[in-house]
Write a protein that binds this ligand. Structure first.
Ligand code: SF4
Length: 480
């Protein structure tokens, strides 16, 4: 991130997170700079950016994590810890570890008197218990509001410590876009863990930035594909180490598996160390896998080699899609997901002849506009809901659009009786060309077996009144 970037996604020009309407109109309004800042006058729980910050670094080797907050803020860590343990099992780790997390447990007294003493104590405990190489200190709303100077405390404690104290400023109230938490983590990595001067450049070394949701199968497939280009992959920060992080500035190029993960960080690496980057799409589905692979290949001067590979994979995989298309063609789909994966899924369903009727995604910006313009060329007449969570809008839309299938977190739409599935599978290969076949068959199997949600719906009703389902789903979004 250029040094002036605050880490708050809303601060970037033309970024919107409260928006809804017909896709063509949104794209035209964005193009004509007619979109205004807006806010929801009623809102249901947002995902806090702190969980994205901790998820980004939780699997780093020999690290400890201090969450400087009341204990409630650390609640979501259990989800990240579970993913970390499963990820180790997939990687063949026999002695599976839990992440080393300490919560300072700020209470009423600390809110009045300050939490510095507890933070100092927590650093001492982390060193004594875990002897880590890095201690990440994650801030919270509470520590931000009371003004604990975490950077100054870290600077004061650092001399004499082997561990590098690395504050991550991820106070939840600073941003309504949870991806800001990734930016906060990368700002900290840049500031505390990377050198100002790069070491010697290593030809063929490629930084591959991967969010936590990538399965080990997908990691292996993406590394294999980059290997075809002669690249050696520095896979970070997921299941990585201080040594790998320190190798970042030596890379020949960077790319990311997700559009909103490390996009600002890759700009910073380009600016600080002259490392070019390919910022394209998540490699799910034919179009996105092509685009992602060709993007990094061109950067490495291997475009021709990559085009030959893409052609051979099309010859192998596309005929196999015919059987899947017979099962899925014409089915109407509503998609909800993170920005990178939801746009990838919307392109993927076109491989199967399916039709997009609704797309819920957390942010709309220049990158989203590129994808929506592409999607508007293949899907007609679908609704876009730009929302971080907001289940009340989702169920209103799903109830009125009546899709054949919902792709995304199923908690709410399943209770409408709609068949649900997802394209985020932390156990199997969803990316690259074989991933397309896996996802196609999985979606078809789910559509052909809708019994669970149909039987669930009468017994797990949603809390909304009939009048809400008859209302404009975007009635609470007001221009500011
Ligand atoms: S940091 Fe703020 S928004 Fe995040 S969990 Fe804690 S109180 Fe909630």
């Amino acid at each position: 991130m250029p040094r002036t970037y605050s880490g708050i996604r809303e601060s970037r020009p033309h970024t919107y997170n409260d928006l809804g309407g017909e896709s063509v109109r949104i794209a035209e309004d964005f193009q004509g700079e007619r979109l205004c800042g807006a806010d929801r006058t009623f809102s249901q729980g947002l995902q806090c950016q702190q969980i994205n910050s901790i998820a980004a670094v939780l699997s780093l080797e020999e690290s400890a994590f201090i969450i400087h907050s009341p204990q409630g803020c650390s609640g979501c860590v259990s989800m990240g810890a579970d993913g970390y343990r499963v990820g180790q099992a997939h990687r063949g780790v026999k002695l599976i570890k839990s992440p080393r997390v300490i919560v300072t447990n700020l209470d009423q007294n600390d809110i009045i008197m300050g939490g510095e003493a507890k933070l100092r104590e927590a650093v001492g405990l982390a060193v004594k218990r875990y002897s880590p190489k890095i201690i990440f200190i994650l801030t919270s709303c509470a520590s931000g509001i009371i003004g604990d100077d975490v950077d100054a405390i870290a600077a004061d404690l650092q001399p004499g410590l082997d561990a590098i104290l690395t504050p991550i400023h991820c106070d939840g109230f600073k941003s309504k876009i949870c991806a800001s938490g990734f930016d906060a983590a990368f700002i900290a990595i840049r500031k505390y863990l990377l050198p100002d001067e790069p070491g010697p450049r290593e030809d063929g070394l490629v930084n591959l930035f991967a969010p936590t949701s990538i399965s080990y199968k997908d990691q292996l497939e993406i590394e294999r594909m980059l290997g075809l280009l002669g690249a050696r992959v520095n896979y970070i920060p997921f299941y990585s180490s201080l040594e790998k992080i320190r190798a970042i500035p030596s890379a020949q190029a960077s790319t990311s598996i997700c559009k909103v993960f490390a996009d600002e960080f890759m700009k910073e690496l380009d600016e600080s160390y002259g490392i070019p980057f390919a910022h394209t799409v998540m490699p799910i589905g034919v179009r996105n896998t092509d685009k992602w692979f060709l993007g990094i290949a061109e950067l490495l001067g291997k475009g021709e080699l990559a085009r030959e590979y893409v052609e051979s994979e099309h010859a192998r995989v596309l005929p196999q899609l015919e059987g899947i298309r017979k099962r899925l063609s014409g089915k109407r789909v509503f998609i909800c997901g993170g920005t990178g994966r939801s746009f990838a899924a919307a392109a993927l369903i076109d491989d199967f002849g399916m039709e997009l009727v609704g797309l819920e995604t957390p942010t709309y910006d220049f990158d989203a506009q590129i994808d929506i313009e592409y999607l508007n060329g293949i899907h007609t007449n679908y609704v876009v809901d730009v929302a971080n969570m907001q289940p009340f809008e989702q169920v209103n839309l799903v109830n009125s659009l009546k899709p054949d299938l919902f792709i995304g977190v199923p908690s709410w739409s399943a209770r409408l009786g709609v068949p649900t599935t997802h394209v985020l599978d932390p156990k199997r290969a969803t990316m690259g060309y074989d991933g397309i076949l896996y996802l196609g068959n999985k979606i078809a199997d789910q559509l052909e077996n809708p019994g669970f949600n149909r039987k669930l719906a009468p017994y797990a009703r949603l809390p909304y009144k009939k009048t809400w389902y008859e209302s404009d789903p975007f009635k609470f979004i007001k221009n500011t």
